[in-house]
Ligand binder design. Structure first.
Ligand code: ZN
Length: 75
């Protein structure tokens, strides 16, 4: 038996955030989050192919800048 817990794929020390191994996985966690308003997934800039989740900055909510300008628009 290996100790594999889907949804807890790793941890990014630089950003102090949990890592998810795919955008789909990150979105699934957001859907299950009890305070998910304004949360989105975005790619970690350090660990290729992995994602963090977090709340949108106020500037995005107010329309001054768009989320892709902050998080990048990579698939
Ligand atoms: Zn990171």
């Amino acid at each position: 038996m290996t100790d594999q817990r889907p949804g807890h794929m790793g941890y990014c020390n630089t950003h102090a955030k949990r890592l998810y191994s795919s955008r789909r996985q990150a979105r699934k966690v957001i859907r299950e989050h009890r305070n998910r308003a304004g949360m989105r997934e975005y790619p970690c800039t350090l660990v290729a192919g992995h994602f963090h989740i977090g709340h949108l900055p106020k500037d995005v909510v107010k329309g001054r800048i768009t989320a892709p300008e902050i998080y990048g628009d990579r698939p």
